[in-house]
Design a protein around this ligand. Sequence first.
Ligand SMILES: Nc1ncnc2c1ncn2[C@@H]1O[C@H](COP(=O)(O)OP(=O)(O)OP(=O)(O)O)[C@@H](O)[C@H]1O
Length: 569
Amino acid sequence: MREANVFRKNRAFYSGVILTVVEGLLSGCSYLSIYMVLSGLSEGSLSAQRLGLLTAFLAGIFLIRLVIYAAGYTQVQLGGAAVSKGLRLRLGDKLKQIPLSRFTQGQVGEYVNTMTSDVGSYEKILTHSSGNITKNAVLAAMLVGFVCKVYLPAGLILFLVVAGLIPNLWLSFRVVAKYGVAKHEVSAETVSSIVEYIDGIQTFRAYHMGGVQNQATTEAMRRFSRVCYLYEAKGIPIGFGYNILSWCSVPAIMALAAGPWAAGTLSNVDYLMVSMLPILLTKLTTAISIDLFEWKHLMVSKNNILQVMAEPEERGSMAPFHPAEQNITFRSVSFSYVPGEPVLKELSFTAPAGKLTAIVGDSGSGKSTILNLIAKYYEPQSGEISIGGQSVETVAAERVLEQISMVDQQVFLFDDTVRENIRHARPSATDREVEAACRAAGCDGFIQKLEHGYDTPIGENGAFLSGGERQRLSIARAILKNSPILLLDEATASLDIENELAVKRAILGLLSERKTVVMIAHTLSIVRNADQILVVADGNIAESGTHEELLARGGKYAAMWAAEQRLSN
Ligand SMILES: Nc1ncnc2c1ncn2[C@@H]1O[C@H](COP(=O)(O)OP(=O)(O)OP(=O)(O)O)[C@@H](O)[C@H]1O
């Protein structure tokens, strides 16, 4: 993605900067009129009428500046906010294209940091620093030019003060390069740690690991405060040193200009001006150096945004993908999340179209991984996955997912009403269709009992609902989406008996639709009637067949079945 596209400024922003510069120029005119008043007073040529005119001019300039300042400030704020909104939307789109395998705990912190803090910092450059730097630079140039005209040696000293900004900034930028980048990295770690802390707040509380006892979060914050301290401690002396040197220009010019003043070649007013204006210039250059220091730091944020934008995207064609048949085939598929730790090893099977294939196996044997690969959440390292005989390797994940409804253990619900949460599955669905899907999923009953029925907000990630209710809502979504392939992770183990039965009933309703279903079963009773049962062990298919065939075989499945029967009796 080209930088120009991502950071493109808008007209509001540019007009705001121009207005800020105009306001700066006008403030220079105020000093000019004061100079004229002082000259008139000193030469005795100032009439009451001229004084009135100059005062009116000063007041007029002040009012115009006020209006221009307000307009410029508003425009810059609006322009900057629009640019950062665009940036966040672009980043949001980009995140959708990044392979899921990139979303590790640490990386999530980086992304959160970029979407919030980096974009916020970049917005700050636009809304605060850019206008101020331009305005102060223009004012400083006017001021040096004016002093040069009045008394050239003083002007040259002021020119040196401005030139002193170069080594000052060079040193400051070195600090930013070293500590600013480190600050960003530690900040991302801190965000990750805080996200983890908030996500796991229940567990932390249960094990009394909150507050300072949470080592990881506390350590991350300690590192962050240390790097912030170093950043300021190394940066401040540079600015402070420059400040002292630039302030030295004031007595130096006073001493230098004293000679020509005593000789009568420099008027009283000119002496006053060349002695006072350096004070103003020093303030301007200090402001410029602080803003540029910030600017450079905020460029670190800009680089981080560009880095996210440059991340490799998922491969695959966005051309429509409508295989005639919906059978799913794995051919010698190998996959590992972590290099060198294979989860699936040359695994092969076919889930026939319109049939129910159940996957069973020990915890951690790779069942969910199989579903994740079908949905293209991850790409296999070798082998081929095909749907209807067509390899999905060259098809975009979005296109593959159009063919799939997925009900997995981690139900994600938006902070919205029940109705809108279901409708996400098919945005064009009518209210009636949403409600029909909920009836089929067995959740109509509890929804009707909510305060506003289908229009009840369910809180962040459905926090106001029970585990079983959340599961049934996700089944309703799958019913509404009505895709030809259904991937199902039966997760009833953690539910109470009533919810478990309700979810199982909803699942059986889904299965009756005779789609191509691949279902992970944690309880074997639910898959007795599956057309095919795959037993996954050690990254491969250890056994496959119908319930009866596998029992007759007397292998792993038969042992699992016997164990479950013992438990339920
Ligand atoms: N995102 C991940 N990063 C690294 N390793 C992972 C990741 N997800 C799963 N694993 C590992 O891959 C292996 C298979 O995990 P998977 O979730 O597929 O097992 P499963 O059979 O579905 O387990 P369960 O029945 O407990 O849900 C496990 O060893 C697990 O620790």
